[in-house]
Design a protein around this ligand. Sequence first.
Ligand SMILES: [Zn+2]
Length: 336
Amino acid sequence: MLLICSRRFEEHVTPPGHPERLERAHVFNSVAQRWVQAGGRTAAARPATREELSRVHDPGYIDGIEGIAGRAVKIDEDTYTSPESVEIADLAAGGVVQAAEHALNSREPAFALVRPPGHHAERDRAMGFCLYNNVAVAAAAARARGVARVAIVDIDVHHGNGSQWMFYDDPSVLYVSSHQFPFYPGTGAADELGTGDGRGFTVNVPLEAGANDADYVLAYSQLVVPVLDQFAPELTIVSAGYDAHQMDPLASMRMSSDGYGVIVAAVASVAVSHGALALATEGGYDLNALEACLEASFAAIQGRVAAAYPDPATPAPRGERAIAAVRAAQAEFWRL
Ligand SMILES: [Zn+2]
């Protein structure tokens, strides 16, 4: 696995008390340093090009973001910039494109440690700490170079509204998300399943607050992995948000870092059986949990985490209810 990183990610500064804070970049730096000390390789993130951004964002929106370069701006109640933020957002999007390109070129997985996150950013709107939709930019870059089927698997505790809407009518980009529901940003119900030719290529797995490792393992083994296996993506990009961890200050899930390792292992295994695998950070706001989850994910991608199967003796009522809802909504599209 290759890590894509940059010390510059600490230059995107948010107001005091903001959860998406520069110290998250210090976590990225320390895990990258350990990675190198253990013999791993890294590459420096490069900025996204205007052409890459404009595949998923409106030109007028990109102009607007470029127009606030050099300034500290409050875009909405959650989303802020500092003078360097526009350059850093370019690096975040470019870093994920790089990860996808590396994975496609070499068949070696790549993980981009980037901020600000991206999955809430819509075609013409910044929101939820996100300026550019990093993962969507990378998925569109892969499509532009001829990759037929791209899967985005969003393990962040929030629904990735931006990623969903950008590809909602597009059968070549599958969007699969597990998330706390109902919760911010309000989207992600099981019956949001795409439109037109894209019907069935959005798969939402809404989980009630309090879902734990057993619920997630059940939902991933019964829903996410089978959908991915049937779609057979040439490239899978994981929106790797770690805010479903029990220590996270924003959400109400009860996942452990080991649980994250197990679901990343499950996704990585089916992804590499069909094609290339890239990952990119999204949320995750408890710094210790973020670090532990990244380490667990690295181990999982390298095959050092055993696939866990649902234990019939462990109750997983939230997982069961999610499975019932998704099976009902997606019955005509997937064998689940
Ligand atoms: Zn999140």
